[in-house]
Design a protein around this ligand. Structure first.
Ligand code: SAH
Length: 219
């Protein structure tokens, strides 16, 4: 399948980035990555014309790709530096993973829906994004310790395993809540809970983070 990135797409991306900047996104590395990643290739061709509008779009398995402004906000909150090890929960379309890869992070991403995992792991590889994709339950996280964790589905509480897998000094960005979620940034200064700092950054609406009956096969 040929995947093109036309001048029109590039122009739309520039407009999207200009609009993100005017809305307060000021991390140049985030803006630069979003200028480079072809979002239209991560949505169904039916919706490609809307790929650079600030809106969520349907993807397979009844899920959605987040608004570009939400991706930008969450990524900016991560305070990411190149070569950091990042765990993402909710691979979905792969767009957020691609943005993290474009920022030179070492990306590990988990998706609980097998068809999405299959399709997106293939797409990311084809487009040259070297994210390590896993099919599993994000509430369990992934063995290892991470500098950053980004959750792209709405959790009902802070997943214990994810806090364990966050390095000391690490940051987790996670939307928490039922109908709507508060965007939280947790900074882990030590192992005990009283050493975690929590900041809040507004209300969002994400697809729910579901606890897992999903099979956990690692590839
Ligand atoms: N980051 C994605 C957002 C997709 S929507 C993107 O850029 O497109 C959130 C995704 O989280 C959905 O694909 C959903 O299936 C997935 N998800 C929900 N609960 C999960 C869990 N417990 N573990 C892993 N993935 C989960």
């Amino acid at each position: 399948m040929t995947r093109t990135d036309s001048y029109l797409n590039q122009g739309q991306r520039q407009q999207m980035v200009d609009s993100l900047r005017s809305r307060g996104i000021n991390d140049e590395a985030v803006l630069e990555a979003m200028l480079r990643v072809p979002r239209h290739l991560f949505v169904d061709p039916t919706f490609a014309g809307m790929a650079y509008d600030d809106r969520p779009l349907p993807i397979d398995c009844g899920q959605t790709i987040s608004h570009p402004s939400t991706v930008a906000m969450q990524t900016q909150l991560l305070c990411l530096r190149p070569r950091m090890k990042v765990l993402e929960i909710g691979t979905g379309s792969g767009y957020q993973s691609a943005v993290l890869c474009a920022m030179e992070a070492s990306v590990f991403t988990i998706e609980r829906h097998k068809p999405l995992y299959d399709k997106t792991s293939r797409l990311l590889a084809e487009l040259g994004y070297r994210a390590c994709c896993f099919h599993g339950d994000g509430y369990q996280g992934l063995a290892g310790k991470y500098d950053r964790i980004i959750v792209t589905c709405g959790a009902t509480s802070l997943p214990v395993k994810l806090m364990e897998q966050l390095k000391t000094g690490g940051i987790m960005v996670i939307p928490v809540g039922e109908q709507r979620q508060r965007m939280l940034r947790i900074t882990k200064r030590g192992e005990s809970e009283d050493e975690w700092t929590q900041e809040e950054f507004g209300l969002y609406q994400f697809v729910p983070m579901k606890t897992g009956k999903a099979r956990r096969t690692l590839q």
